[in-house]
Design a protein around this ligand. Structure first.
Ligand code: NAD
Length: 488
């Protein structure tokens, strides 16, 4: 980390860096000290209009959609290689803007961002269209075509990785895109778009409009010139995109939203040491600001005492420090308001009668940053808000059950359904539980989200309309067309 970072703060439209039409900017802060990092172009409806025009022009008249998939693959691979070459710079940006531990950025976020673009690039020329079995008098083709101009609305918790989850399939299928980063984390997305241009992705194919959700985000959601919105964020805002679509042009809406994910420890779980490792990693990694974190541990009552002892030991390993310190495993929460929200959830849990057994406080206050300790509540009952609401912080609720059936019922006692983990020494018990739990991904004897080849998305309030990652993500950015040719 020797070079000084050159902050990129402007919108990218048709390959050019641009101020907002209004000339307005907004401040982006460093969550580790509360200080201003930079002033970013504050895009609004007028900027959204220009970006949509550029993306539409690139789609209708530019080379990208017409290129062979193999040509797109080569350019996207170059893009991935350039991102890889800029790992240190992008990791540092991500750590500074989002408060993420630098070691995570370097070891997880950047390699996964690169791997995601590479995987979708590779898939570009390996997906076939179909002929339907319609008989000999006809040639009936079912072809996939790019859906058109896509708006990708992004969250702040994994800025580059979430951008890559969208960009990979959107671009591989020949669409053009407007990225709307979360207002807390604009700069790594802007830099990504610059690297795309350097890699040879034509102007207008990737545009970036930083700004506030209720301004430029809403303008994109309501825009008549956008064919599809791929959104990752909260369920509350996800719902708004369905309304925007209904009130405008019925654009396709794909939502990846929140979760209140269970980690179910069956009575025959083989190794509580392993369970404790995964449980701690799941709730404390990325400060718990992770849609797939298992924020509810549901454990057979016979195992709870030993598990808690092991978990509390693990908690010591989660070093709270400045995100640029390589020892840091827990950085600050993203912003002051979010920290206050997390702390108010903790206070509410105490009032409702949950037993605080670890953490619960803001720490390193003198830094000006928004650090919260790893926090664990025991004696949580299913009715308490801490068992129901997504907190999006390092706060774990422990509940007990008496039978595997009760454990599964508790796992399903949520409006969400993003991920779940099950621990059991019996394949039969684990598999039965995995089939019965209503969630998009169920990991067995580990905490995990699968890999790039597996779909990611949720049941219930966790999502709508599609899946990120895997080939399923390609389908959602395509239209299906039937071409019926009379050959008689
Ligand atoms: P958020 O819903 O507040 O914001 C997401 C995006 O929507 C941001 O770009 C924001 O600017 C924009 N937005 C906000 N208000 C808007 C409005 N009125 N109109 C249009 N756009 C608007 O979410 P967040 O706080 O950035 O991210 C945290 C949430 O994301 C959590 O709920 C988390 O579970 C979820 N998440 C889900 C996944 C997944 O894959 N399922 C992955 C990461 C995060």
């Amino acid at each position: 980390m020797k070079k000084k970072l050159n902050f990129q703060t402007k919108a990218i439209i048709a390959g050019r860096s641009m101020d907002a039409v209004s000339g307005k900017t907004f401040e982006t802060l460093n969550p580790a000290n509360g200080k201003i990092l930079a002033k970013i172009a504050r895009c609004e409806k007028a900027d959204a209009d220009i970006a949509v025009e550029a993306a539409r022009n690139a789609f209708e008249n530019g080379p990208w959609p017409k290129m062979s998939p193999a040509e797109r693959k080569v350019i996207l691979q170059r893009f991935a290689t350039l991102i890889e070459a800029h790992t240190d710079e992008l990791a540092e940006l991500e750590a500074i803007e989002a408060g993420k531990p630098i070691s995570d950025c370097i070891e997880i976020d950047l390699p996964e961002t690169v791997g995601t673009i590479r995987w979708h690039a590779e898939a570009a020329d390996k997906i076939y269209d179909q002929l339907s079995p319609s008989g000999s008098g006809v040639v009936s083709m079912i072809v996939r075509e790019p859906i058109g101009v896509v708006a990708a609305i992004l969250p702040w918790n994994f800025p580059l990785m979430m951008a890559a989850w969208k960009l990979g399939p959107i671009l591989a299928e020949g669409n053009t895109v407007i990225l709307k980063p979360a207002e807390q984390t604009s700069m790594s997305t802007i830099r990504l778009a610059q690297l795309a241009t350097e890699a040879g992705i034509p102007d207008g194919v990737i545009n970036v409009v930083p700004g506030f959700g209720e301004e430029v985000g809403k303008a994109l959601g309501e825009h008549m010139g956008i064919d599809c919105v791929g959104f990752t964020g909260s369920t509350e805002i996800g719902r708004m995109f369905l309304r925007y679509s209904a009130d405008s042009n019925l654009k396709r809406v794909l939502l990846e939203c929140g979760g209140k994910n269970p980690l179910v420890v069956m009575p025959d779980a083989a190794d509580l040491d392993v369970v404790a490792d995964h449980a701690a990693n799941s709730i404390f990694w990325n400060m718990g600001e992770n849609c797939s974190s298992n924020s509810r541990v549901l454990i057979h009552s016979s195992l709870k005492a030993e598990f808690i002892e092991l978990l509390l030991e693990r908690t010591q390993d989660w070093v709270i420090a400045d995100p640029l310190d390589s020892a840091c495993r827990l950085g600050p929460l993203i912003e002051e308001d979010h920290m206050k929200k997390v702390l108010s959830h903790i206070e509410k849990a105490k009032k409702e009668g949950a037993k605080l057994i670890c953490g619960g406080n803001r720490v390193m206050t003198e830094s000006g940053g928004y650090f919260v300790e790893p926090t664990i509540f025991d004696e949580v009952s299913p009715k308490m808000s801490i068992a129901k609401e997504e907190i999006f912080g390092p706060v774990l609720a422990i509940l007990t059950f008496e039978t595997p059936e009760e454990g599964i019922a508790m796992a399903n006692d949520t409006e969400y359904g993003l991920t779940a983990s099950v621990f059991s020494a019996s394949n039969k018990t684990a598999h039965n539980a995995a089939r019965q739990i209503r969630a998009g991904t169920v990991s067995v004897n580990c905490y995990g989200e699968g890999d790039i080849s597996t779909p990611f998305g949720g049941f219930g309030l966790s999502g709508f309309g599609g899946r990120d990652k895997s080939l399923a993500a390609h389908d959602q950015y395509c239209e299906l067309k039937t071409i019926w040719m009379d050959m008689s």
